[in-house]
Design a protein around this ligand. Structure first.
Ligand SMILES: Nc1ncnc2c1ncn2[C@@H]1O[C@@H]2COP(=O)(O)O[C@H]2[C@H]1O
Length: 372
């Protein structure tokens, strides 16, 4: 593939320009350098013509923080008063306050603004504050490899396990911040070598793993003498080992290192308390039906043969053993209510969905207990 050096140059220049801008606004200037670099690629700089209200140009439904970069904005308030906001004024270091007292906001000159998703900013601020807490530093330091050249703070901020996208829609997005902090204190970091078996198919579940660096191979043998088949290759930032812990079944696959790498692991007890419980919301049949009436989708996590025999009207079939391959068939905008016979397979399925950013609940007790 040929590269266009001019294009690369321009985008690098743009990122540098946005980075410089971030340093002029609050609380963005207080973010760590790594977070600012991530944010530079996730915020939007826009030109707005004189006479237009830049706040009305928010096409997404997400709440945003809007900063004034260049020009003048006239703010009109409910009591009839007006205020001129000028770029570079001290108050313009902060986002425009869009509360109920603001009636209108008009570009008095051509202006330039910076937009940032509020949730994204909140996640970044929370995470940065969390990663400078004393307790966290001590524990990470203890678990850290002595030979590692990175400091614990750098590690916590830079590891792909806690990239913004993972914090926004991955496993940690549904977990209370306090639990993430506790998880950090209990997580152990292990160095692994190519070929090392981390999980053996058929063994009991003991740990949940996050890949900090390296690649792992997931293989499965269907039958005692069957040749194991490769089912997945997982990378830095991915997780594995959740299914046996969520469903109390045996390990359903063997996981081995393809390359040398580093893993973070959490024991079953801590995993259940800190991740499984907060991520899995079990609801009664009545609550499930209200959700369905509101547009949620029934998901049947049993085998196709069970589904074909009988299933809840309107349910789609996502067998637990195929769920990862079928994620793309699901609609991210919809909520999902997962069920199986007893609640066990559906819990494992729901955990995988939640881990991948879906809005999901589990039918408590499964179809059997609910007479469905
Ligand atoms: N198809 C797959 N894709 C990705 N990971 C898998 C797949 N099948 C099994 N795994 C992982 O391999 C792990 C083996 O142990 P568990 O059953 O606890 O949890 C399993 C999953 O985390």
């Amino acid at each position: 593939m040929s590269h266009n050096p001019k294009l690369l140059d321009t985008s690098a220049q743009m990122t540098t320009a946005v980075l410089a801008l971030l340093n002029t606004f609050e609380p963005l200037a207080k973010l760590s350098a790594g977070r600012k670099r991530e944010l530079a690629g996730l915020c939007f700089v826009e030109k707005v013509s004189k006479g237009i209200n830049p706040l009305r140009m928010n096409v997404s439904n997400a709440k945003q923080s809007v900063y004034l970069i260049k020009g003048e904005l006239e703010l009109r308030f409910v009591d009839g008063s007006k205020q001129m906001l000028r770029a570079k004024d001290t108050v313009a270091r902060h986002p425009i306050v869009c509360d109920s007292t603001l009636v209108d906001c008009i570009a008095y000159t051509d202006v330039e603004i910076l937009r940032i998703d509020n949730d994204l900013l909140d996640i970044m601020m929370t995470w940065d504050q969390l990663s400078t807490g004393d307790d966290v530093l001590k524990s990470v330091h203890k678990a850290d490899d002595e030979k590692s050249s990175r400091t614990p703070v750098e590690w916590m901020r830079d590891t792909s396990v806690f990239s913004v996208s993972k914090l926004q829609s991955g496993v940690f997005s549904k977990v209370p911040v306090a639990n993430i902090e506790a998880m950090f204190q209990r997580m152990e970091r292990i160095n692994t070598v190519a070929g090392q078996v981390i999980i053996q198919q058929g063994a009991a579940g003991d740990y949940y793993y996050l890949i900090e660096s390296g690649t792992v191979l997931v293989t499965r043998a269907d039958g005692v003498n069957a040749h194991p088949l490769l089912v997945a290759e997982l990378q830095s930032g991915d997780a594995f080992g959740e299914e046996a812990l969520v469903s109390d079944n045996k390990r359903n696959a063997t996981v081995a290192m393809k390359t040398d790498g580093q893993l973070l692991r959490l024991n079953k007890h801590d995993f259940v308390a800190l991740l499984k419980e907060p991520m899995l919301l079990h609801v009664s049949r009545e609550v499930a039906e209200v959700k369905i009436a509101d547009g949620a989708i029934w998901v049947d996590a049993r085998l196709p043969s069970e589904y074909q025999y009988d299933h809840i009207d309107g349910a789609i079939n996502l067998p637990l053993n195929e769920i990862r391959q079928k994620l793309l068939e699901l609609d991210y905008r919809k909520s999902h209510v997962v069920y199986c016979q007893t609640g066990r397979r559906s819990s494992a399925a729901a955990f995988i969905l939640a881990q991948n950013g879906f809005d999901v609940v589990v039918l408590k007790g499964g179809a059997r207990a609910n007479g469905l």
